[in-house]
Design a protein around this ligand. Structure first.
Ligand code: GTP
Ligand code: SPV
Ligand code: MN
Length: 591
């Protein structure tokens, strides 16, 4: 008798009509074979899927060039298909599940002809964790199969774990013909099912990541009483050896990976990495908030990554522990066969191919590496990996950071007065858009808890859910907002960022231990400058003050924008958040 899993795979194969169906076991030997297939057989246009890089300098590394139109998440083609629109909320594109399935069935009919259907069995979370989920993704491209091996715990044991159950997490993915007009990422939260066609790009195609672990998992969390968040998890070790665990939400390409692997510039402090993108947060039996990272890989932004900004990432990328490491849409130094991107070093290689494989020389109108070029690498390669990473229980969280990218207005760090005020501070957060999704860059939009593109249901209900979680926590983490990106009159970042962010983390840790004071402002508590360790930094006092400036006049536009955003949610927006809004308005008037 066929199992529900076997039956499901068979039905999808009937629809997509691949030449063959191959069940992956997640082994290294298999990954090597898939890479081989991607170098020799599978193609995108005329390009092979993978190209071997210099194995002496970059062990196990391969370059992938995507279809030229397929370089980032496509939020306008991403739908959350609840039976009614109100559940999806104004923050999601919505389509009725029946209509969405009809559309996808038509597009998927025969979409894998001439290709192999790979069956990927994987866990999100440690298999022994009570919070983990057993999942199956089908895909028709080696790049996705190999990427999923890096990003998740892929093993054939998952098939045994699923056994005769039919409630496993399902993903059906095909690159189709990469036509952006036939590209859709559809979510069916009630069925734990994601159906994606037309794109091979990370968040559109690695369905365990944003699609399941955030959009669908956030909805599961609403039903089951936990949170699925776009957050890094890290441990901060102080000179006495105590480790404080925190999480931090920041919108795409706003600094999570860099924060997760931060190389401290303060003596005696050290950061331990547990995750760089997604956190599942559960209330533990002790009334504290506990975090696990459902992923095992880092899908990070390449541009800007260097020995100076993120030395630990370069060590990770050159690590040999886990096969393989992928580079997607970076440039290529032809003479040395090495990947290259803007910000890696100041020397521009003489003989460079851009991300599409065309010769590139400055001055040029486009960048050599795509601004959203990325690497995919195992977290086990990281020299800063926390020893708690594989702990099925996760780690207890003392502070939550909710960040954004704001060149104006928002102070370096502010502590919320309490959980409820923290939820308001996160809910009103705005951020300037980046290259991680296809849209105009640098446009301010509200991005509450960095979840605007990832919350799989009405965000008004999401805020209510956060408030409810806070009420159930005996020891709620303190909540902070941060902004590494405030700029001076010349448009230069005032705060040096990266490793220097430890100075802000140190203040946060000391606040959670009630070791330092703070100054109350309309936005929340900010540090006394004397409590921020600024030793060795050369920032003039006027600029330091600018980092923390709260200008009531400038806040008028901000308040109006927040109001407009909140109003969209109508009755779904918790009354408490309006109360905090009016309190803030009044406090700013008082100055
Ligand atoms: P996603 O993977 O898209 O979710 O992004 P992320 O939040 O992990 O962002 P990441 O750490 O990859 O950083 C994105 C960009 O911001 C890179 O170009 C970094 O160099 C830059 N960046 C990160 N941290 C800082 C910082 O502290 N200051 C400044 N100025 N730039 C930063
Ligand atoms: C992001 O865009 O937030 C990413 C990359 O982390 S993706 O996996 O494409 O979502
Ligand atoms: Mn992300």
């Amino acid at each position: 008798m066929a199992t529900p899993l076997e039956k499901w795979v068979e039905e999808q194969a009937k629809l997509c009509q691949p030449d063959k169906v191959y069940w992956c076991d997640g082994s290294e030997e298999e990954a090597r074979r898939l890479i081989e297939i991607g170098m020799k057989k599978e193609k995108i246009g005329d390009n092979p899927i993978f190209q071997e890089l210099n194995q002496n300098l970059w062990p196990n590394a391969y370059l992938h060039r995507s279809h030229p139109t397929d370089v980032a998440r496509t939020e306008h083609l991403t739908f959350v298909c609840h039976p009614d629109k109100d559940t999806a909320g104004p923050n999601n594109n919505w389509m009725h599940p029946d209509e969405a399935k009809e559309k996808m069935r038509k597009l998927s009919n025969g979409c894998m002809k001439g290709r192999t259907m790979y069956v990927l069995p994987y866990m999100m979370g440690h298999p022994d964790s009570p919070y983990s989920k057993a999942c199956i993704q089908l895909t028709d491209v080696s790049y996705v199969a190999v990427s999923m091996r890096i990003m998740t715990r892929m093993t054939k044991k998952v098939i045994e774990k699923i056994g005769n159950r039919d409630d496993f997490v399902k993903g059906l993915h095909s690159v189709g013909d990469f036509d952006p007009n036939k590209r859709f990422i559809m979510h069916f939260p009630d069925e734990h099912f994601v159906w994606s066609i037309g794109s091979g790009y990370g968040g559109n195609a690695l369905l365990g990541k944003k699609c399941f672990s955030l959009r669908i998992a956030s909805y599961l969390g609403l039903q089951e009483g936990w949170l699925a968040e776009h957050m890094v998890i890290l441990g901060i070790e102080d000179p006495e050896g105590n480790i404080t665990y925190i999480t931090a939400a920041m919108p795409s390409a706003c600094g999570k990976t860099n924060l997760a692997m931060l190389q401290s510039t303060l003596p005696g402090y050290k950061v331990w990495t547990l995750g760089d993108d997604i956190a599942w947060l559960n209330i533990g039996p002790d009334g504290r908030l506990w975090a696990i990272n459902p992923e095992t890989g880092l899908f990070g932004v390449a541009p800007g990554t260097s020995l100076k900004t993120n030395p630990n990432m370069l060590i990770t990328l050159k690590g040999k522990k886990f096969y393989p490491t992928l580079f997607t849409n970076t440039a290529l130094n032809v003479d040395t066969n090495e990947p290259w991107w803007e910000g890696l070093d100041t020397n521009i290689p003489k003989n460079l191919l851009d991300w599409q494989g065309k010769p590139w020389q400055p001055p040029a109108e486009t960048k050599a590496a795509h601004p959203n070029s990325r690497f995919t690498v195992s977290i086990y390669n990281s020299p800063t990996l926390s020893k708690e990473f594989d702990n099925p229980k996760g780690v207890p969280i003392s502070a939550i950071i909710l960040g954004g990218r704001r060149t104006q207005l928002i102070p370096l760090v502010v502590e919320a007065f309490d959980w409820e005020h923290g939820v308001f501070s996160g809910a009103r957060t705005g951020s300037e858009t980046t290259a991680a999704a296809i849209h105009k860059e640098g446009v301010l939009r509200r991005d509450p808890m960095a979840m605007l593109p990832f919350c799989g249901y009405n965000m008004g209900d999401y805020f209510r859910h956060w408030l409810n979680i806070g009420k159930r926590l005996k020891h709620p983490p303190k909540i902070y907002t941060v902004n590494w990106f405030r700029s001076d009159d010349e448009g230069k970042f005032i705060w040096p960022g990266f490793g220097e962010n430890i100075r802000v983390l140190k203040w946060i840790v000391e606040r959670t231990q009630n070791k330092v004071g703070a100054r109350e402002t309309p936005l929340g508590n900010i540090p006394h400058l004397k409590d921020l360790n600024l030793d060795g930094l050369d920032i003039p006092e006027a600029k330091l003050n600018k980092l923390f400036e709260i200008n009531p006049n400038q806040w008028q536009n901000e308040l109006a924008d927040i109001k407009k955003f909140f109003e969209q949610f109508g009755q779904h927006l918790p009354e408490e958040l309006w109360q905090h809004y009016y309190n803030l308005e009044k406090a700013l008037q008082r100055g």
